[in-house]
Design a binder for this molecule. Structure first.
Ligand code: PRP
Ligand code: MN
Ligand code: MG
Length: 180
């Protein structure tokens, strides 16, 4: 494991402290309201689990699974819904939880999709954001960390479906995805 990592970008204690900080802001903003938090599978699983436990406002949890497809392996902005919400969000306060905003294409599509269902409100909470990778402007209410445009893993984030279970955010050593 150690040899696959080039460095720890955000250690576990900083990550957990940030989640608690975001939860405190969310508690304040949604006081007296029922909140539906929506996790985007699979990357948002850790953030959802930790955030939900740190919140004091009453929450329901739901999940969406989406897949970007198109020419490359990276997000194309054309999104297919693999698993839709179980919840009717009309009139509900919705908070979408993500592990990372990279190009922003996934969330840009998702926000349009969710807004068309007439929720009372819909906001975004993301653990990470890469300002240098963004392709489409997105209005994000809660951001954990702005990070450099590097390949990051851990805390839900994968490389080829691995490393999601790391409790911290790290960057992958080039030999893992490069030659030799
Ligand atoms: C990753 C990440 C975000 C999205 C961000 O998900 O979890 O959902 O990409 O990229 P974007 O801002 O460029 O659209 P991925 O599609 O890898 O699926 P996963 O969550 O199952 O890993
Ligand atoms: Mn994802
Ligand atoms: Mg992924």
């Amino acid at each position: 494991m150690g040899k696959d990592l080039s460095k720890v970008l955000i250690p576990e204690d900083e990550l957990q402290a940030k989640i608690k900080e975001l939860a405190a802001r969310i508690d304040e903003d949604y006081e007296g309201r029922d909140l539906l938090i929506v996790g985007v599978l699979k990357g948002a699983v850790m953030a959802m689990a930790d955030l939900a436990r740190a919140l004091h406002v009453p929450v329901q949890m739901d999940w969406m699974a989406v897949s970007s497809y198109g020419a490359g392996t990276k997000s194309s902005g054309v999104v297919r819904v693999l698993k839709d919400l179980d919840t009717d969000i009309a009139g509900r306060h919705v908070l979408v939880v993500e592990d990372i905003i990279d190009s922003g294409l996934t969330l840009s599509w998702l926000m349009q999709n969710l807004k068309s269902r007439n929720p009372a409100s819909v906001e975004i909470c993301t653990v990470l954001r890469k300002p240098d990778a963004i392709k489409v402007p997105i209005d994000v209410r809660y951001v954990g960390f702005d990070i450099p445009n590097e390949f990051v893993i851990g805390y839900g984030l994968d490389y080829a479906e691995k490393y999601r279970n790391l409790p911290f955010i790290g960057t992958l050593a080039p030999h893992v995805y490069g030659a030799s």
